[in-house]
Design a protein around this ligand. Structure first.
Ligand SMILES: *Cc1c(COP(=O)(O)O)cnc(C)c1O
Length: 399
């Protein structure tokens, strides 16, 4: 008989009761160092006092009123995001997929308003992940995810990542824009070449098409800048954000330049919950921490420290790891054995890591992780790698 909770996930048999910073405790009292952050989402770690207080206080006042009325918390959060990014205006929703849906609709509508409704197609990238709704599945383009879900939403063309010739060849009279992740997170923690991002900006300007950036995973400080495209010194036209933006509370956003944002006039797009007082109180509390002087520099420094550790471990265990990659605190290690085996060995050492495409072990600790916790994680990862390496050697000897 089917379980009451729909079994659409292959869940690990771990249930957590509470957390503090980068640590989580299971209901049966075991302690784990959380280097997955609930898929790069619990950016302030667990139980962050400032975030907890903001949520508790807002919950006691008013949680939800709907977008029929003004929402001061959302106005403030939008103003702060505008002040700190390329964007002129922000739409709030509840998830990454919804942010991308909003971004896709905004891009098409802006093109239509500009008198070019025939320009409705998007160039997306192999290895991308944009979400699980029907349009974002089409943008993702992974045939395995689309199978059995009926006609694929029309208008998404896929080309190899980091390949400018392929992008240029794909641009046609029906192209509306390009949608790109600055680091492909789910696809295997694959960073875009900075020059590639600059060339995408240039090609969009050249053809009058729209540059959409999916920063659902890379944004809100994850790579050591508020948004990862800043590393390339360019600005997108439209951008999606989610995951870390609410620090674990569901919140998503579409940030856009006025020229594109103005396409979504009343009646064109909306959501019931999106940007409600509680979610935006969480978002404001997260921003308080991330925008504090020195915080993002700390993420950069800790990211470099962790990456150096991962590179060293990859070199020490060449039968287990192929390489280390990533940006800031969004890091990956391509595995030379099935990555699930390494992940299980990490859990046995008390370290929670997640996986990504291309057989990659993904490490995305809370942005508040300490140097000492990075050292502890490296120790656990090294112990796990040693066990996997021994198993690999035993298997080779037995053959
Ligand atoms: C996780 C993710 C999404 C989807 O976000 P959901 O909140 O799961 O809908 C979209 N794009 C990127 C880059 C992501 O990492």
């Amino acid at each position: 008989m089917i379980s009451a909770l729909l079994p659409n996930y292959a869940r690990a048999d771990l249930a957590f009761e509470r957390g503090e910073g980068a640590w989580l405790w299971t209901v049966d009292g075991r302690r784990f160092l959380d280097f997955g952050s609930g898929i790069a989402t619990a950016s302030l770690g667990h139980g962050h006092p400032h975030l907890v207080k903001a949520i508790a206080e807002q919950a006691a006042k008013v949680m939800h009123t709907s977008n029929l009325y003004r929402i001061p918390q959302a106005e403030r959060l939008a103003a702060r995001l505008v002040e700190n990014t390329f964007a002129d205006s922000v739409f709030f929703c509840n998830s990454g997929a919804e942010a991308n849906e909003g971004m896709i609709k905004m891009m098409r509508r802006a093109m239509s308003d500009a008198g070019k409704p025939e320009r409705f197609r998007f160039i997306c990238f192999e290895g991308a992940f944009h979400g699980r709704t029907l349009a974002t599945l089409a943008a993702t383009g992974n045939p395995h995810y689309m199978e059995g879900f009926g006609p694929v939403v029309e208008g998404f063309d896929h080309v190899p990542f980091n390949n400018m010739n392929a992008v240029r060849a794909a641009i046609g009279p029906a192209t509306c824009g390009i949608i790109v992740e600055p680091v492909q997170g789910e696809g295997g923690v694959r960073p875009a070449d900075m020059q590639f991002l600059r060339d995408l900006r240039a090609v969009c300007d050249e053809y009058g098409i729209i540059l959409g950036m999916d920063e659902v995973q890379t944004g809100m400080g994850r790579t050591g800048k508020l948004f990862a495209h800043e590393w390339a010194g360019i600005t997108p036209d439209v951008m999606s954000s989610a995951k870390g933006i609410g620090g674990g509370f569901p919140l998503g956003a579409v940030l856009a330049k006025e020229q594109f944002a103005k396409a979504l006039v009343p009646g064109t797009h909306g959501t019931t919950y999106g940007g409600n007082p509680l979610a935006c109180a969480a978002g404001n509390a997260v921003l308080d921490v991330i925008l504090a002087p020195g915080f993002l520099e700390g993420v950069q420094r800790k990211g470099n420290k962790l990456k150096t550790e991962l590179e060293t471990i990859a070199r020490e265990f060449p039968t287990v790891f192929v390489d280390a990659r990533g940006l800031g605190l969004l890091l990956g290690m391509k595995a030379a054995v099935p990555v699930a085996q390494i992940q299980a060995a990490c859990v046995a050492e008390g370290l929670m890591a997640i996986t990504a495409g291309e057989n990659v072990l993904r490490l995305a600790p809370p942005l508040v992780v300490t140097d000492s916790e990075i050292d502890q994680a490296a120790g656990m990862l090294r112990a796990a790698a040693a066990k996997v390496a021994a198993a690999v050697a035993n298997k080779a000897a037995a053959q």
